[in-house]
Unconditional design. Structure first.
Length: 437
């Protein structure tokens, strides 16, 4: 995590103070469960909860202890005992370090997911607003970067909305998969801790019990979680790249908001660069990169090793903090995006009507021309227009072979831009559930 790409609510989840507070809650809830089933005195569980709840865990003190004992959980338990006193002998009864570490990590990931889901809701709202605003704003669709057929800018936004709606559904599923609790003791057999303790703690923390934890929670869950974050990052990049292309000087159909006093270049005062979406492209690369080590963490030795631990200390905070920042930044880009319908229309007209070539092709076929001959007739009139030698409609009207099949009136009808937008309402209903804002 670096401050430049961090937001405080997400950062707070990964602070040492938060981690130690969750560790305490796991230990204290476990003690309460053990008291309920008669394994430890109720008074001891009450003392653990009361004194630990009031404690201010000293990160520096815990670090000091860890430097001596070389074990982070033992260092915390030693410090907790300094607050709890004699009844601390009932803390961590029957548990192993991974019970605390893995359950805490999943609590943190679940909390991070809640922030990310809220981020996605905000982004979806911004995209929806722009989609309906430009539902019928004509623009050119491109394939291979080349003018193809007309679309609307609203449809571009609707496509993004549908994509991020899928992202949200995937993250909801990933959150459910990651939100498990394991308090099963060494090698996961519950030999020294009752399964009822695990169920109690899981309920208190809003988790579900891990069916088989083997001492660690299986890392296929985490692999899927971080892969999901990577897919969301890829969707961020896809929309960002679209904005970057639309902002190119030769296109300039939309651009990032350029605030008063903003400067685009240290050397060229005229520059208005797509710096936000370029930044998002880079951040997306980082979030995706965290998916691979998460997948490599799946194959641990036997019931447990700690080869995953150092990886997760990095990718947990970095992936969630970076994605949180990226989603918020993209929401701002969409919300303030400058859209230029006049430039879109100018670009639509730039090829002299060639965007209607498929309609001419299909009309010739319907008039009895073979598809091969129809393609040849349309292409031979399109290529001079491509070279800038005239407009498409005029060439078609002057082609005797075309005129033999299609009248001038019919040809003019085939150049109606609105023809391409007759199913926009249908698409909007599919995406948004309604064709109205």
């Amino acid at each position: 995590m670096i401050p430049r790409y961090s937001r405080p609510d997400m950062v707070a989840i990964w602070q040492p103070e938060t981690k130690f507070r969750i560790w305490f809650e796991i230990e204290a809830y476990a003690a309460m469960a053990m008291a309920e089933i008669g394994e430890i005195p109720q008074s001891a569980a009450d003392t653990i909860w009361e004194r630990g709840s009031k404690a201010e865990f000293d990160v520096a003190r815990i670090d000091e202890i860890e430097r001596e004992v070389k074990h982070d959980v033992i260092a915390f338990l030693t410090h907790l005992a300094e607050h709890v006193g004699e009844d601390s002998r009932f803390v961590h009864k029957g548990l192993t370090s991974s019970d605390v570490l893995d359950t805490c990590f999943n609590v943190q990931l679940a909390r991070a997911s809640d922030i990310l889901l809220a981020d996605l809701d905000a982004l979806l709202a911004a995209i929806r607003k722009r989609a309906f605003e430009h539902k019928m704003t004509p623009t050119i669709g491109r394939s291979h970067g080349i003018h193809a057929e007309p679309v609307t800018f609203g449809l571009k936004m609707a496509e993004a909305y549908a994509e991020f709606a899928r992202c949200k559904a995937r993250l909801e599923a990933a959150r459910a998969e990651i939100a498990t609790c394991a308090l099963s003791g060494a090698v996961g057999t519950f030999a020294n801790v009752d399964p009822r303790v695990e169920a109690y703690v899981a309920d208190k923390l809003g988790l579900t019990v891990e069916p088989v934890s083997t001492q660690v929670i299986p890392r296929d869950r985490h692999a899927m979680f971080f892969a999901t974050l990577g897919v969301i990052a890829s969707s961020i990049e896809r929309l960002s790249v679209e904005v970057r292309h639309l902002q190119r000087t030769e296109v300039l159909e939309a651009e990032e908001y350029f605030s008063p006093g903003q400067k685009g270049s240290s050397a060229m005062p005229h520059k208005r660069n797509p710096v936000l979406t370029e930044n998002l492209t880079g951040l997306a690369r980082m979030v995706r990169s965290y998916a691979m080590p998460a997948m490599e963490n799946v194959a641990l030795w036997h019931e447990r090793d700690i080869s995953h631990s150092s990886v997760e200390r990095m990718i947990g905070p970095d992936a969630t903090v970076t994605l949180d920042f990226a989603l918020a930044r993209l929401t701002g880009v969409v919300d303030k995006l400058l859209v230029y319908p006049e430039r879109m229309q100018a670009n639509l007209d730039a090829l002299g009507g060639l965007v209607h070539s498929q309609r001419i092709l299909l009309a010739l076929v319907e008039a009895g021309t073979s598809r091969e001959d129809a393609y040849r007739l349309v292409q031979r009139n399109a290529m001079p227009v491509w070279r800038g030698e005239g407009d498409f409609l005029t060439f078609l009207k002057n082609d005797a072979d075309v005129s033999a099949k299609l009248s001038d009136e019919k040809l003019e009808e085939l150049f109606d831009l609105g023809y391409h937008f007759k199913h926009v309402d249908t698409i909007f209903e599919r995406v948004f559930g309604s064709s109205k804002a």
